[in-house]
Design a protein. Structure first.
Length: 227
């Protein structure tokens, strides 16, 4: 009887949201193109010690996260920059970071992770895109069949352009797209409606929901599901 051997994961293959769901990374959420986690550390010193531990592990793996440190809180983002997406390398480092956070007594809060996108209506995006790229010093990337502008650090909102008809009458041109974990959508909609907003359209759910403030300015909550 011959023994079967498992094929090791390809460290260059980018993972989908479904792939990441299957990895059961309880502390992490994949939002747009990278893994996100957020930890409460209780105080600044604990957060710094956790950063030191993560740095050591990252050096040993030769794979490095983006870290945002503030008092009592550490936010982490993982991306395989060489392939422009999440790979098995990120999954391995995510598990290691979760173990280090647990050992440090840090509390994970995946429900508060989010990614903000700005959408700009334009009848001729090619005409205006270079201006916004230059103004913000953003990278121009191709993603999901469209051209987007992105901050290389992942800290600032990315920008995409929504085709529209030419018009002279002033109207809302910018709107916010907020990518959040699917499990927090219902509570976020309820909070927005309780604050005076309106759920305008849920026909594309669970990909996105359109909401508006009391003056009609719109924004979208989005998830990876239904795409």
């Amino acid at each position: 009887m011959s023994e079967t051997t498992e094929t090791p994961p390809d460290p260059e293959r980018t993972l989908t949201e479904q792939d990441v769901e299957g990895e059961l990374l309880a502390d992490w959420r994949m939002l747009i193109d990278r893994l996100h986690a957020s930890f409460d550390t209780g105080d600044f010193v604990t957060a710094v010690r956790l950063v030191d531990a993560i740095a050591l592990a990252a050096e040993q793996m030769d794979h490095h996260p983006d870290l945002d440190l503030s008092y009592g809180r550490l936010d982490v983002r993982l991306l395989s920059r060489d392939v422009g997406g999440v790979t098995s390398r990120d999954v391995v480092l995510a598990r290691t970071i979760s173990e280090l956070a647990l050992a440090a007594g840090a509390t994970p809060h995946p429900e508060r992770t989010s990614v903000l996108e700005l959408a700009l209506d334009s009848a001729d995006e090619a005409k205006i895109r270079p201006f916004w790229a230059a103004l913000l010093a953003y990278d121009t990337v191709e993603a999901w069949g469209e051209t987007q502008l992105r901050d290389g650090t992942g800290r600032r909102a990315s920008i995409w352009f929504q085709p529209t008809d030419a018009h002279d009458v002033p109207r809302q041109r910018w709107h916010l797209d907020l990518r959040i974990p699917p499990e927090v959508v219902a509570d976020r909609i309820a909070a927005a409606v309780a604050a005076g907003g309106v759920l305008v359209d849920d026909s594309a759910a669970p990909a996105f929901w359109v909401l508006a403030d009391p003056q009609g300015n719109r924004a979208c909550l989005t998830t990876w599901q239904g795409r």
